[in-house]
Design a binder for this molecule. Structure first.
Ligand code: MG
Length: 161
């Protein structure tokens, strides 16, 4: 049986941090603040996958009070989430995601992100879709205070025969 899950995440943009989105370093004057690398796209995808498997969210799986995850590369967390959902009998099938950012331009990095995410999930890159939108300058995202991401994940249930 197929199931779907939804995920959302947002991190604050600050100076002195690398910008990592979808496991890819993007040249920009600021980066995302977080206990991990602040990769809001990977975190949204993690929560979408966990949701599809009815598992508790990423904050429960990788607490930001745990020093083990300080500076964590979120692509590694995504691979760990894959393992967790497989343990409960689900395999990732398809990911669709949208990054919400006023800056920088995300389009030139779509393919690298799809490769990185599909590598972590061990699915074809044709099964990972990454898109981006601005908010036309509206709100905190439009003011470049942060970068958000939304994701939906489809999973399939393994036969238990
Ligand atoms: Mg996060």
């Amino acid at each position: 049986m197929g199931r779907s899950g939804i995920g959302f995440d947002c991190h604050r943009l600050v100076e002195g941090r690398k910008l990592i989105l979808g496991g890819v370093e993007i040249p920009y004057e600021k980066g995302l603040l977080g206990h991990s690398d602040g990769d809001s796209l990977c975190h949204a995808i993690c929560d979408a996958l966990l949701g599809a498997a009815s598992l508790p969210d990423i904050g429960h799986q990788f607490p930001d009070t745990d020093p083990a995850y300080k500076g964590a590369f979120s692509l590694d967390l995504l691979a760990a989430v894959r393992e967790k959902i497989i343990e409960t009998g689900f395999y990732p099938v398809f990911i669709d995601a949208v990054i919400i950012a006023q800056e920088p331009k995300i389009g030139p990095h779509y393919e690298a992100m799809r490769e990185a995410i599909s590598g972590a999930l061990e699915i074809p890159s044709s099964c990972v879709s990454v898109k981006a939108s601005t908010t036309e300058g509206l709100g905190f995202l439009g003011a470049k205070e942060g970068i958000a991401a939304l994701a939906i994940a489809s999973v399939t249930e393994m036969s238990r025969e």
